[in-house]
Design a protein around this ligand. Structure first.
Ligand code: 13P
Length: 349
């Protein structure tokens, strides 16, 4: 099956009342792990690449890996998404490569660190929406600023500094026409999100619920949504790692989000931890080994296990064959005719 529009995956998820994990890909083992999990659970797939991933793997290697995944798994719909595009040009180059979805993170300037003004964010996101929709490609925007830093992208901090203002979220959705909207509710990228199990003072699920009530037709996205489970931290530390104890986003909070309009859930750190723990274990237990396959095979299996678990928890499991892929040109026609317009003033009619 050719790559599928992310918008279609999210529309189907909304109809079915489930969420779809978006898992980061940097290399062959990671896309293989995602596909192993998708096959096991019969799930639709969102694979995403950051700018750092595109640089690390080189665009063409990376994209060909995703194409191989699609060719080898014709029964599984796969959307390929640019994570945290920092400019119009980054999004344009992802679309030229064949990505079916882009995130224009206009909440930060092109340096990926400095917050922009609301007007700057609207302007660059609107420009990407016009360009992408003409080509049938999905757009995710961001309003509010996430904490943490990922692949050099992020304002740092705890994530509580720039919680999304629901009024601004509504205005942003109206003025940009994004398909999906990442909101800041206190999560941050990376392992160190919370110093204890988060409650409502640091994880603002109430803000998410308010935004969904006002924007029922815009798919919400939760970034920084690794759960950072203790067992994965323990394996890393047991075999020589030095992680400070930390808490991520509890799965039950994500499930509450899914009941309230969250359709895309970004997970990267949990997979990194699973891979690192598995590799450390092989190095520690069998220091005589030096064939990469000896440690990459268990690393891939460890990531596949985490991804399969998330696919079940997010509810996407069992939904891979619910629908036929809409060709990307047909999506472009849908945007042109206004059928896929998500702006609150239009979609509510
Ligand atoms: P985590 O660091 O929580 O996995 O978040 C990843 C992410 O949001 C990618 O955009």
């Amino acid at each position: 099956m050719p790559l599928v529009s992310m918008r279609q995956l999210l529309d189907e998820a909304a109809k079915g009342g489930y969420g779809v994990g978006a898992f980061n890909v940097n290399d062959m083992e990671q896309i293989q792990a995602i596909m192993m999990a998708a096959k096991e659970t019969n799930s639709p797939v969102i694979a995403q690449a950051s700018r750092g991933a595109r640089k690390f793997a080189e665009d063409l290697y990376l994209f060909k890996l995703i194409e191989a995944a699609a060719e080898l798994n014709p029964d599984i719909p796969i959307a390929m998404h640019q994570d945290h595009g920092n400019s119009f040009e980054t999004c344009k180059s992802a679309i030229a490569l064949g990505f079916t979805s882009v995130m224009m993170d206009g909440s930060l300037k092109e340096d990926g660190k400095t917050p922009t003004t609301f007007e700057e964010n609207v302007e660059v996101t609107r420009r990407v929406v016009d360009y992408a929709h003409e080509r049938g490609v999905t757009v995710e925007g961001e309003i509010g600023v996430l904490g943490g830093v990922e692949d050099g992208h992020g304002a740092g901090g705890t994530g509580l500094e720039h919680i999304t203002d629901p009024d601004q979220a509504v205005e942003f959705a109206e003025r940009t026409g994004v398909d999906a909207l990442a909101i800041a509710i206190g999560t941050s990228h990376g392992a160190y999100k919370f110093t204890k199990k988060p409650d409502g003072s640091v994880l603002k699920m109430d803000v998410l619920i308010q935004i969904h009530k006002r924007l029922p037709h815009t798919h919400l996205v939760m970034h920084g949504s690794s759960s950072v489970p203790k067992d994965l931290q323990d394996i890393v530390n047991q075999y020589g790692g030095h992680l400070k104890q930390t808490w991520g986003v509890p799965v039950e909070e994500i499930q509450l989000g899914i009941k309230n309009g969250v359709r895309k859930i970004n997970v990267d750190t949990d997979n990194r931890l699973a891979i690192t723990g598995a590799i450390r274990k092989v190095f520690a237990e069998t220091p005589e080994k030096f064939d990469p396959r000896d440690y990459l095979t268990p690393a891939r299996a460890a990531m596949a296990k985490v991804v399969a678990q998330r696919m079940r928890e997010f509810g996407q499991a069992g939904h891979a064959q619910d629908y036929k892929a809409i060709p990307i040109e047909e999506m472009a026609a849908g945007y042109k005719s206004g059928k896929l317009d998500t702006r609150p003033s239009v979609a509510a009619r």
